[in-house]
Design a protein around this ligand. Structure first.
Ligand SMILES: [Zn+2]
Length: 413
């Protein structure tokens, strides 16, 4: 078989094939288009067309057959750390195109619940793409909220969370962090409860906080979520797991946004949730969604999830918005907020993976993961090395501002 890539840096819209030829397989990963075929004649004619169009095709050493091409979606670099022998053809951090034959594949244990997913490389699909910059006229009331998000506030909350040493779902550190968060949210005027979450034979918890509203008649609800727990994959519940980026950043960001939105005069309710048991397999969010009545599910207008918002993996500060068909509208709103109220570049993907947005999407509730951009990857995730040293406050601030603007608009400010 033959395989090549075409780089299209700066191309705003994730278009289809630049070297399109009938029968030629392709997939887009950001600025990189991957083409492949098992047919040498087809490859030769596609190369000819590319040459005529002035497009440079970089041919890569192909695996034996197209069925050996796989798409890996990973958290941090966990897949590569566990399988250093696997040949990576295209490396986009969260996403890899890798050559894995059937025999090697049989030696890879599925770790979808925690770390990575391996699947055949989809053809004719945008795995993730760059969204065009959209800037609207800022709304004064929303701009005021955006300006109120504080990098210092975020930084000090993050320092407190990291200070627990570990927030493993079943550790005393998690319980202490949950208590700290619940107290703070109560001080901000939220009605707070902690729901028990079953994690194997142990128990963790979800901190659920809602703004006090006088009447619930005809009100929908907008959710902001993040997982509070951290993990060190090479140790048990007591091993050091600072989890500064994963997911101290999202949890601290949630508490900062909760402060900003506390006094908001809005048409709809705002609920913030810190989940437990995420790192063991999305237990907190799965149990939360399962516990919603059909009427309650119907009230949820939007779910914005934050998981790893503060490591710079891209040349320019970038957010990846990851959702599904059901959340396309919310992705558009987030992208517009990024363009209007921040300087963030935006990537989008409709392949939801491995965070607390997934159970909501599975229940047809519009949910989007907001996460640091994908082009490289944070190597410290799920290790003792996920510390404050690798935190980029400007990136976090941009993502928090985008999310505040989106939530406020969704809540009907
Ligand atoms: Zn995480």
């Amino acid at each position: 078989m033959r395989l090549g890539i075409v780089r299209t840096p700066g191309e705003p819209a994730p278009g289809t094939g630049r070297v399109a030829a009938p029968g030629l397989d392709w997939a887009r990963l950001g600025d990189t288009l991957v083409y492949w075929t098992g047919d040498d004649d087809l490859w030769a004619s596609a190369r000819g067309r590319a040459r005529e169009a002035g497009v440079t095709v970089e041919e890569l050493p192909a695996p034996a057959a197209p069925r050996d091409l796989h798409l890996v979606t990973q958290v941090g670099r966990v897949f590569q750390q566990e399988h250093p022998d696997v040949r990576v053809l295209v490396d986009k951090g969260r996403y890899l195109v890798a050559a894995i034959d059937a025999e090697r594949l049989s030696g890879i244990t599925p770790r979808e619940e925690v770390c990575y997913r391996v699947e055949p490389l989809p053809t004719g699909e945008v795995v993730f793409g760059a969204a065009p910059a959209v800037a609207r006229t800022p709304v004064a009331e929303i701009q005021r909220l955006v300006d109120e998000v504080s990098a210092e506030g975020f930084g000090s909350l993050l320092g407190e969370l990291v200070g627990f040493g570990t927030r493993h779902s079943l550790s005393p550190g998690f319980r202490a962090a949950a208590t700290m968060a619940a107290d703070l949210l109560t001080q901000h005027g939220y009605i707070v409860r902690t729901d028990p979450v079953t994690v194997g034979s142990g128990q963790s918890g979800n901190v659920v906080a809602e703004r006090v509203v006088p009447s619930r008649a005809f009100r929908d609800v907008v959710l902001l979520t993040a997982h509070l727990d951290s993990v060190n994959l090479s140790g048990g519940p007591s091993a050091p797991a600072p989890g500064a980026d994963d997911n101290g950043s999202g949890a601290a960001g949630l508490l900062e946004i909760a402060r900003v939105l506390a006094g908001l005069d809005a048409r709809h309710d705002i609920r913030v949730i810190l989940f437990g048991g995420e790192e063991q397999g999305l237990f907190g969010s799965t149990q939360y969604v399962a516990g919603l009545s059909p009427r309650e599910r119907h009230r949820v207008r939007a779910v914005v999830n934050m998981d790893m918002i503060a490591t710079l993996n891209t040349a320019v500060p970038t957010v990846l918005l990851e959702g599904a068909e059901v959340s396309k509208g919310l992705i558009d709103d987030l992208a517009a907020a990024a363009g209007t109220y921040t300087g963030l570049a935006v990537q989008t993907s409709l392949r939801p993976f491995n965070s607390d947005h997934v159970p909501f999407i599975d229940a047809s509730i519009p949910a989007v993961l907001t996460i640091e951009g994908a082009d490289s990857a944070n190597e410290h995730v799920h290790t003792e090395g996920d510390t404050l040293d690798h935190i980029d406050h400007a990136l976090a601030l941009g993502i928090l501002r985008m999310n505040v603007a989106t939530l406020a608009a969704a809540a009907g400010v």
